[in-house]
Design a protein around this ligand. Structure first.
Ligand SMILES: NC(=O)c1ccc[n+]([C@@H]2O[C@H](COP(=O)([O-])OP(=O)(O)OC[C@H]3O[C@@H](n4cnc5c(N)ncnc54)[C@H](OP(=O)(O)O)[C@@H]3O)[C@@H](O)[C@H]2O)c1
Length: 334
């Protein structure tokens, strides 16, 4: 038998759209797991850039999702909704949550939770789901990166970027990245990037051409858009795939589409949060099969930047927005 579940919990609310200080601890009802859902007693929750956008009022939760921020959490199963088959109370899980991770308890569909890989702490485990689901779906499923190909990752030192580097290297690809400082470039090289381009000083198109003997990158994972779109078309190899996961440099672009035709490029993209539970469950199943053994063997692991207590979520957001972090920022909820 697990511990009793209380009726009330502490959660971090977005009290109004605005800066980090609008994140405040509040007392809320503990959510009830619906059919097929589990209730997680959260021990740690990951911070992601989309949480910052949500706090600013620019990324509202999809219909039916918690109003509370938090797209990933790790902890113990505290209660089971009707029909849950896989999990038992007390199991240790890391989950991709539709929201509500910045709290002592949150609910998630059982198929969107995975066992905590052997040897991982709760804070490490909470840093896994969002970036591993995103990278798996965009680099491997949509981008179809294969062994021996070259991946270019923009924002190489981000939570997403540090995961993309490690997974691509683990599956036998060559990796180049862009990042905004020498320190960030060094961190990316230590994770296995063959080439790390400080974009403030060097042109990434020339660098990727040089690295690949003029061929270009087979897959480009891009979170910038804006004026990177045209440069990505220039940096891509024939039959290259460009996968858009964010628009940090702007949603509008002017591009030379003759490159797209001449090189037979594919430009695609996706957002993870609004996808149906079943789609996320299918990503989870592939991750468990193909990536969880790599985590258990510590061949890949989340890069941990800093850990803050739940009540100081505002400091965690401040750190992310200040922009010098490398890897993942996590909240300790225990
Ligand atoms: N589509 C999806 O499903 C999905 C899912 C999760 C996250 N995302 C997106 O993926 C991106 C990375 O997420 P994360 O949680 O890993 O965030 P993060 O760690 O804060 O990374 C953001 C990165 O972008 C770089 N960057 C480049 N241009 C920037 C600009 N104009 N403003 C701010 N940063 C800029 C930053 O480093 P330097 O510029 O210093 O190199 C930083 O490394 C975010 O934009 C997020 O919204 C998308």
């Amino acid at each position: 038998m697990g511990k009793a579940v209380p009726e009330r919990m502490t959660a971090i609310a977005i009290t109004e759209p605005g800066g980090p200080m609008v994140l405040k601890p509040q007392t809320r009802a503990v959510p009830e797991p619906g059919p097929g859902e589990i209730l997680i007693r959260v021990k740690a929750a990951g911070i992601n850039r989309p949480d910052v956008l949500q706090r600013q009022g620019a990324y509202p939760p999809p219909p039916g999702a918690s109003e509370l921020p938090g797209l990933e959490a790790a902890g113990e199963v505290a209660a089971l909704g009707e029909g849950v088959g896989r999990w038992s109370v007390g199991d240790k899980v890391a989950a991709l949550t539709p929201g509500g991770g910045y709290a002592e308890y949150c609910t998630v569909h059982e198929s969107n939770a995975l066992p905590i890989p052997h040897g991982f702490t709760f804070t490490e485990a909470a840093a896994i789901p969002e970036t591993f689901f995103t990278v798996w779906h965009n680099v491997f499923q949509r981008g179809a990166l294969r062994q021996g190909e070259t991946l270019l990752v923009h924002g190489g030192s981000s939570g997403i970027g540090t995961t993309a580097i490690q997974l691509a290297v683990a599956f036998g690809a060559r990796v180049a990245v862009t990042a905004g400082s020498e320190e960030k470039c060094r961190a990316c090289r230590e994770l296995g990037a063959e080439r790390a381009v400080n974009y403030r000083e060097e042109d990434f198109v020339a660098a990727i051409k040089e690295m690949t003997g003029g061929r270009g990158a087979d897959v480009i994972l891009d979170m910038v858009a804006g004026d990177y779109v045209n440069r990505n078309y220039a940096a891509a190899a024939e039959d290259g795939r460009i996968v858009q996961i964010a628009l940090l440099g702007g949603a509008k672009a002017t591009a030379d589409f003759s490159r797209l035709m001449r090189k037979r490029l594919t430009h695609t993209g996706s957002t993870l949060r609004p996808r149906p539970v079943a789609v996320k469950g299918a990503i989870a199943a592939e991750l468990e099969d193909q990536v969880w053994p790599l985590l258990a063997a510590r061949k890949v692991a989340p890069v941990m930047d800093m850990i803050f207590p739940l009540a100081e979520a505002w400091r965690a957001h401040e750190r992310m927005e200040e922009g010098s972090h490398i890897g993942k920022i996590v909240l300790d909820v225990a």
